[in-house]
Design a protein around this ligand. Structure first.
Ligand code: DON
Length: 571
């Protein structure tokens, strides 16, 4: 991409049911386990080879944190659509002793970023500029995040061991699944437009299932990280290559931005819901606050008696979601730069008041819902993985380069994709981003600020013990998918794999529509809901939830989402 930006390609990834295939035979390619049970340990991730890396590390005596580091790097190789070293993420964790932690390794706006950087001279948003190409990238946080986790929690204390399997996968290559071949084929034009040197993802003939994807440049970058630690990414040759790539386009990430990047330990958010403690991510994620609001808003109502996706349940959930996303658009942003009224947003009285306008028989118009007003006090590609180790430590990580293959720009010579996370900022109040989300001052672009996220890695406790590890990709639908998965287990009595596979729906205030998967909500209930004033919009799959449930006898039940190649395994 030279002096122009790549055109917006409106291609969300639509996931389809993965084939169940044999891991050891060359074709069919992989055994994909959607429901797994295990006595002691479990890994659920978006790719069978990444799950295997995690399980191998656990078998060698690594803890859940070691396995998480291994899985993050493995996904950067075998799941390039979202797995990354060029992006960022959040970790929510719980040690076997009950110590909770949340790590924010979200990307940051480069120092040269400014609030109008995606606007033309008339003040209109330039389509695609924050989505494709060099200018869309925030300063990557994933590598620093992995080192922060390693320093605080590693049991193996040998970083080389954790990254080595990914180096092998990148160097020797792996066979792409049918879904991966399809996704790579869909993005060929975008890759060509966004790169001056053609990356390994570009091929003369279409990708097909079983083709080998070898990533030598990426292997060399991973080796520099292995040998030099963080400096192998944020300084030296890799940093030089990133800067050179920035100069090949119109990118603004500088050497100082890379050197200054710092992942941050945040204070976990938690709420009580029907006897469960739900622990999730604070800002710059909107996930924890929104999930807390949703759970508290529906808690007083007899959802279990109403039944899964009954007219009453869908109506209640939709009305709660509508109100929560209105708050998200106005009040949520990076708390380091904008004071998010966190306590006000989750106050019991406020949430009760918010549901005063809930009418059990009629849909509320989104135009009549505004964000809550508080007294000023002082002034869709991502991927999720869930891990539990034999000692009972739990890690919930959602990581992303934003939309599928991020900015589509690969750092030439370094072999990794840059994120397009800058689009998660509000480029202009009132103009929706890639996920149709609106934003305001709270989420305006500022140098060094983190863009607002919906990623909601979460952990549940019951009676003071670990109960569930859960999360998903899906852009704006992340929060509602995590919310509905939690309800499926805690309220509708589903097993982990049933809860993950169950069809989902989503409302985000604006547009004023219930987005539904094809199989969600029966025709009769849809008709009844339409009579109450709801409108439906059928769309492709919503989220890809990977989760683990701890059964009363201590055994583990893994649920890998059938919407993708996601795979659950344990021992
Ligand atoms: O942080 C966020 O909310 C988005 N960048 C997540 C993007 C995503 O989930 C795309 N996956 N389908």
């Amino acid at each position: 991409m030279k002096k122009s930006f790549c055109l917006l390609t409106l291609s969300f990834l639509f996931f389809f049911t993965a084939c169940k295939k044999d891991l050891d035979s060359p074709s069919p390619l992989y055994v994909i386990q959607k429901a797994a049970t295990a006595d002691k340990a479990m890994v659920v991730s978006a790719h069978p080879l990444a799950t295997k890396v995690g399980v191998d590390i656990l078998s060698q005596g690594g803890n859940a944190f070691d396995a998480a580091i291994g899985v993050q790097f493995a996904l950067a190789v075998v799941y390039p659509v979202a797995g990354n070293i060029g992006g960022g993420g959040f970790m929510v964790s719980r040690t076997q002793a009950g110590e909770l932690a949340t790590l924010d390794y979200r990307e940051k706006a480069p120092a040269a970023a400014h609030r109008d950087m995606y606007l033309d001279s008339l003040g209109n948003v330039i389509k695609g500029l924050s989505i494709n190409g060099h200018l869309a990238a925030g300063v990557p946080g994933s590598v620093d995040g992995m080192f922060k986790i390693f320093e605080k929690y590693s049991q193996l204390k040998d970083f080389k061991k954790l990254i080595e399997p990914s180096i092998v996968l990148a160097e020797e290559g792996f066979k792409v699944t049918a879904q991966q071949a399809k996704n790579l084929n869909n993005k060929q034009e975008a890759f060509k437009k966004c790169n001056t040197t053609m990356p390994v993802f570009v091929k003369d003939v279409p990708w097909k299932e079983g083709d080998l994807l070898q990533q030598t440049d990426l292997a060399n970058t991973l080796k520099r990280i292995r040998d030099q630690g963080e400096a192998g990414f944020y300084e030296g040759e890799t940093a030089e290559l990133i800067i050179k790539e920035m100069q090949a386009g119109e990118g603004i990430i500088s050497k100082e931005d890379l050197k200054n990047y710092d992942a941050v330990w945040r204070t976990p958010l938690s709420t009580d819901f029907k006897g469960f403690k739900v622990i999730s991510m604070p800002p710059p994620s909107s996930g924890g606050i929104a999930l807390t609001q949703l759970l508290e808003m529906v808690e007083p109502y007899p959802l279990a008696e109403s039944g899964f996706q009954s007219k009453e349940a869908v109506h209640l959930i939709t009305e709660a979601e509508r109100r929560v996303y209105a708050d998200r658009a106005k009040h949520l942003g990076d708390n380091d730069y904008y004071t998010v009224p966190m306590a006000d947003l989750v106050a019991a009285d406020y949430l009760k008041d918010r549901m005063q306008s809930f009418d059990p028989n009629t849909a509320t118009s989104s135009d009549s819902i505004e964000a809550g007003v508080f007294e000023p006090k002082e002034s869709e590609q991502t991927t999720h993985f869930s891990i539990i180790d034999p000692a009972g430590n739990a890690v919930s990580i959602t990581t992303t380069i934003n939309s599928g293959y991020g900015s589509k720009t690969v750092v030439s010579g370094a072999g990794f994709l840059l994120n397009n996370e800058m689009d998660d900022f509000s480029s202009k109040p009132g103009t929706p981003n890639f996920y149709g989300l609106l934003g305001a001052e709270a989420n305006a672009i500022e140098p060094g600020k983190r863009m607002l996220s919906s990623m909601t890695p979460s952990i549940l406790e019951k009676d003071g013990k670990l109960y569930m590890v859960v999360g998903t990709p899906g852009g704006s639908t992340i929060i509602t998918s995590v919310f509905q998965t939690i309800l499926n287990v805690t309220t509708f009595g589903m097993s982990m794999d049933e809860a993950v596979a169950a069809p989902r729906f989503h409302h985000q205030w604006k547009p004023n529509k219930i987005m539904v998967e094809k199989d969600a909500i029966s025709a009769a209930h849809r008709k009844a809901l339409e009579a109450m004033g709801h409108e439906f919009l059928e769309r492709g799959s919503i989220g890809r939830v990977d989760a683990i449930l701890v059964k009363p006898d201590g055994t583990l039940e893994g649920g890998a989402d059938p919407r993708g190649d996601d795979h659950a395994a344990g021992f």
